[in-house]
Design a binder for this molecule. Structure first.
Ligand SMILES: [Ca+2]
Length: 285
């Protein structure tokens, strides 16, 4: 059933792509060498090689056996007002179907990767440090912690903007990961951390709780089994989120992106993936 739905979604995606292409001038492909037709891995880190057997189109496609994150060398400038459509063709040729994630690695104005915990606040957790915090502390005192959750993938974000505008995102001033306990001590709340905090800030500093999450923006395939015949995965993304880690908006602070494929996700060499015709277009719609 899943396969049927997926194929239906594919047909729809392909139809939309084809009609858009027919109506307008052919848009520029921002995914350089996405069709593998240089016969090399130019612009792509993570594939094994370009091969000529069983291609989707042209003379070459890419092959990757076993798990690897694959990314474009090109950092593509992202404009918030434009619509980006990413598509690619995939085929499993291994003993088991390949599992893929397909989308983007978001990067900030300094071309640094934006990690999920830098942009993913827990709503309503803005407060201040009740006491100075040292790098080696495993206990952090905050003024109010009623909405803080003790979670193994939680962080303290320091120097947080509590105006509701989230101007501190992406916030790179994070504690180590893991809050074991959030306890009401009357005058203040005590956070017990899994590891030493790793940050040094004075009492009164504004803080907020952040959470880890999906590592990248899996816009075109959010974990998908690939068939032994060629199939297309596609996704559309537009605008920058104010906070959080959505799959249909750029994460806060995104100015550049690399195209990302998690090929044969956590699989061994019984999974073997062919990839061809990766296309990224930018439009005014
Ligand atoms: Ca090709």
């Amino acid at each position: 059933m899943k396969n049927v739905l997926w194929l239906a979604a594919l047909s729809l995606g392909m139809a939309l792509t084809l009609s858009a292409g027919a109506a307008d001038e052919k848009p520029t492909n921002l995914a350089r060498n996405g069709d593998a037709e240089t016969g090399t891995l130019d612009n792509w880190a993570g594939f094994d090689k370009a091969v000529t057997e069983g291609v989707h189109s042209g003379k070459f496609c890419f092959e990757r056996k076993a798990y690897a994150p694959i990314q474009s060398a090109d950092l593509i400038p992202i404009k918030p007002e434009k619509t980006y459509t990413l598509s690619g063709w995939f085929r499993s040729i291994g003993k088991e179907p390949s599992m893929i994630y397909f989308g983007y690695i978001p990067c900030d104005e300094n071309k640094q990767v934006i990690e999920p915990q830098m942009v993913n606040p827990v709503a309503g957790t803005e407060t201040t440090l009740f006491a100075d915090t040292k790098r080696g502390d495993k206990v952090v005192k905050i003024a109010s912690g009623a909405k803080w959750q003790a979670l193994p993938y939680a962080f303290i974000a320091f120097d947080a903007d509590d105006s509701g505008n989230y101007t501190d995102l992406p916030n790179r001033r994070l504690s180590s990961m893991g809050i074991l306990k959030a306890e009401d001590k009357g005058q203040y709340w005590e956070l017990q951390l899994q590891e030493v905090c790793g940050q040094e800030y004075a009492a009164g500093t504004k803080v907020r709780e952040h959470l880890a999450g999906a590592t990248y923006i899996y816009n075109a395939a959010p974990g998908m089994g690939i068939n032994p015949t060629w199939g297309c995965c596609t996704g559309v993304i537009k605008g920058v989120a104010k906070s959080g880690i959505p799959m249909d908006h750029w994460w806060p602070g995104t100015k550049y992106a690399r195209i990302l494929i998690l090929a044969n996700h956590v699989q061994k060499d019984t999974a073997d993936l062919l990839v061809d015709d990766i296309v990224l277009t930018e439009s005014d719609k």
